[in-house]
Design a protein around this ligand. Sequence first.
Ligand code: WQD
Length: 343
Amino acid sequence: MKGDTVLVTGGTGYIGSHTTVELIEAGFKVIIADNLSNSKEGVLDDIEKITGVRPAFYREDCTDRKNFGKIFKENGIDAVIHFAASKAVGESVREPLKYYGNNLLSLMNLIGLMMENGVGNIVFSSSCTVYGQPKVLPATEESPRLEATSPYGNTKRICEDILRDSITAYGNFRGIALRYFNPIGAHPSALIGELPNGVPNNLVPYITQTAIGKLECLSIFGDDYDTPDGSCIRDYIDVVDLSKAHVAALNRMLDGKSEKPYEVYNIGTGRGVSTLEIVKAFEKVNGLKLNYKITGRRKGDIEAIWGDPSKANRELGWKASRPLSETLRSAWAWEKHLASLEK
Ligand code: WQD
């Protein structure tokens, strides 16, 4: 609730920074811990410009339990939101040890430090990737978690189990896992957004970098799937809507409304949208023509997934509300903002 202190690990990252803005605007005190391996400290200035508040910042790595523990000793923390993790699917296939080492050890250290310091609430950043290619759509929280299609996806599934089993065994803290579908877009201020390292893997940053001329041409990975227009289908969730879901999950625990010590929620729109539909919508709302071509399928891509968010709608009192057109406009505004900084 208002005034409580929240430690946000990975808080200078894409979803972490947007969630920090929503937390501050909801009256929480925020401490960010980030090792800056995939984000910039300058994001703190932008968060301050948006909210008028500069969150406390520790440049620490969750895998370094001793130094990370300082944060708990120096602050009274009421809850943790854990974003800090490696998250590039392709890289995880090439470097599984880095992914298992970083993602699992970070969470285990965090849980240990929470228990040592009496911190009773954690929101964990999980992913719809745990569902693989569901046999039945939309995916609900009861949909089976299938064999992961990448070490990255497997770390999300294992981390959910680490969290669940720790809560069951030790019983002295509560947790909520949020399974994101596909986060896209940027803050309406265009001051924060997605900052991919190098050439983007994800669709929307690839689109905006193609539109601004940083990249030559977007490849649409396959139009021969068993979908209406042949391209893959995903549930694209606006990053600000997604961030608000974290505040709602936190409040559920802090206000003592959790029905079980470990709960899981799908955070999506409930709507499936194809790659080609995203491209066409982006062109339309931003009044531009995108250079793209159809190429072969990308290894590891699933054909179609979208979520059933009704449990989150009901129990968290949260619902995705930002129209896709606004989200795609914000993604383009953010890319143009980045270009203006490079001038
Ligand atoms: C979306 C669609 C591609 C790029 C991954 C992770 C997931 C989450 C989000 C972290 C697919 C198509 C993409 C391009 C394309 N990550 N595409 N050309 O693979 O659904 O999900 O990122 O939490 O866990 O698995 O997202 O944005 O890479 O792809 O045609 O240049 O766009 O085939 O259908 P994905 P994506």
